[in-house]
Design a protein around this ligand. Sequence first.
Ligand SMILES: Cc1cc2nc3c(=O)[nH]c(=O)nc-3n(C[C@H](O)[C@H](O)[C@H](O)COP(=O)(O)OP(=O)(O)OC[C@H]3O[C@@H](n4cnc5c(N)ncnc54)[C@H](O)[C@@H]3O)c2cc1C
Length: 124
Amino acid sequence: MLDNKSNKHFDSRRGFGGLAAANELRQNLSSEVKITVIDKKDYFMMDLVKLWILNGTREFEYSKKPLQAITKKGIDFINEEIIEINPQSKTITTTSKELSYDYLIIALGVDLHQNKFQVFQITD
Ligand SMILES: Cc1cc2nc3c(=O)[nH]c(=O)nc-3n(C[C@H](O)[C@H](O)[C@H](O)COP(=O)(O)OP(=O)(O)OC[C@H]3O[C@@H](n4cnc5c(N)ncnc54)[C@H](O)[C@@H]3O)c2cc1C
């Protein structure tokens, strides 16, 4: 979320895309512009690390980076799930609040529904 002096916001979710966008914007915009990242997770982990976890060379708990650390760079972080985005009113509804924005970056990633693929089902 991006916020200038008139309380305007720019929002991005905090996966790979949201993180890259927020860092890039922070480096290139005035400190008067407020950037807020919203993510239902409180940590970031590079997806490729999952492969190392699977083969046993890394552990999940030691592969996570706390998203709160981004606040040290002048980026706000809200650890909540977004349940609605209204582009007409430029508002975002999370589990506990409604926020307004001027500019919004949506980087949702994917939600897997493996049970919908026959090939992933384990049978006897
Ligand atoms: C095993 C593996 C290896 C990979 N290796 C590479 C590689 O080598 N090079 C490469 O370029 N790409 C690689 N990728 C792909 C890359 O990780 C993805 O393309 C990238 O993470 C997608 O970025 P994203 O920001 O769209 O989504 P994500 O990084 O998945 O981030 C989405 C974020 O949105 C949050 N979110 C979702 N819904 C909500 C909601 N309702 N409210 C709040 N927050 C929400 C999630 O918690 C998440 O943090 C790999 C992927 C995998 C699985």
